[in-house]
Design a protein around this ligand. Structure first.
Ligand code: AP5
Ligand code: MG
Length: 209
């Protein structure tokens, strides 16, 4: 299964990916997670990306494209992968298309998680992640278990200001690439509103159908 999870910030891409990868036995490749790891390690890539991410802007295509093309060429992607947060611009979509074509493979599905802008700020500002495991929680919608308060961290771009910028970028750069996947007949639109279990069931039904 070669698939993409696409959707606005806070749509639940990371939450659903964590639930789905075991089912399909494929790696979860989140460009946001890869970039945050690079920032944490202080690599050249991380230094280049940090300022863009903090402001809710997109990291330049030339940085992200090479990172992903290299990643999906690894052995663990031979049977497939779940991309989360890539592609999010037209050049990224074209580069992925070229790389897959050159490898003689193609995408099976693109799942679009649909959540209205009005719900996004609350999802983003209430998010907390476990510093060691990366597990995603929400103070109201998916409360962390008691006793791990000192292990919870908030992303630097989970401010209201950066969230507005991220939403703008989603609408101007990422939403326009969605019709391309529609034209290939592999787009699956899924309502991302409701309990995470309900959304998961919808995604699985969409992938099975
Ligand atoms: P990235 O990390 O990809 O962030 P994003 O796209 O803004 O998406 P999020 O991770 O914020 O949301 P999500 O959809 O994963 O939601 P989650 O499951 O966590 O990118 C960050 C930055 O990196 C970008 O802004 C950019 O700078 C850079 N970048 C990354 N990829 C790039 C690329 N390809 N090109 C250029 N730059 C790139 O859920 C959110 C919250 O909601 C959680 O608290 C969760 O518990 C809760 N929640 C989840 N599901 C539900 C539900 N059903 N109901 C209620 N609450 C829910
Ligand atoms: Mg995410």
């Amino acid at each position: 299964m070669r698939m993409i999870l696409v959707g606005p910030p806070g749509a639940g891409k990371g939450t659903q990916a964590a639930r789905l990868v075991d089912t399909y036995g494929i790696p979860h490749i989140s460009t946001g997670d890869m970039l945050r790891a690079a920032v944490k390690e202080g690599t050249a890539l991380g230094l280049a990306a940090d300022d863009f991410m903090r402001k809710g802007l997109l990291v330049p295509d030339e940085v992200v494209i090479g990172m992903v093309i290299e990643r999906i060429a690894k052995d663990d992607c031979a049977k497939g992968f779940m991309l989360d947060g890539f592609p999010r611009t037209q050049p990224q979509a074209a580069a992925l298309d070229d790389a897959l074509r050159a490898a003689g493979v193609s995408l099976d599905a693109v799942v679009l998680l649909e959540v209205d802008d009005a719900l996004i700020v609350e999802r983003i500002t209430g998010r907390r992640s476990h510093v060691d495991t990366g597990e995603i929680y929400h103070l109201k919608f998916n409360p962390p278990p008691a006793g791990i308060e000192d292990k919870l961290v908030q992303r630097k771009d989970d401010t209201e200001e950066a969230c507005v910028a991220r939403l703008q970028k989603y609408h101007s750069e990422t939403a326009p690439i969605v019709p391309f996947y529609g034209s290939l007949g592999i787009l699956r639109r899924v309502d991302g509103v409701g309990a995470p279990d309900a959304v998961q069931a919808r995604v699985q039904a969409a992938l099975a159908g």
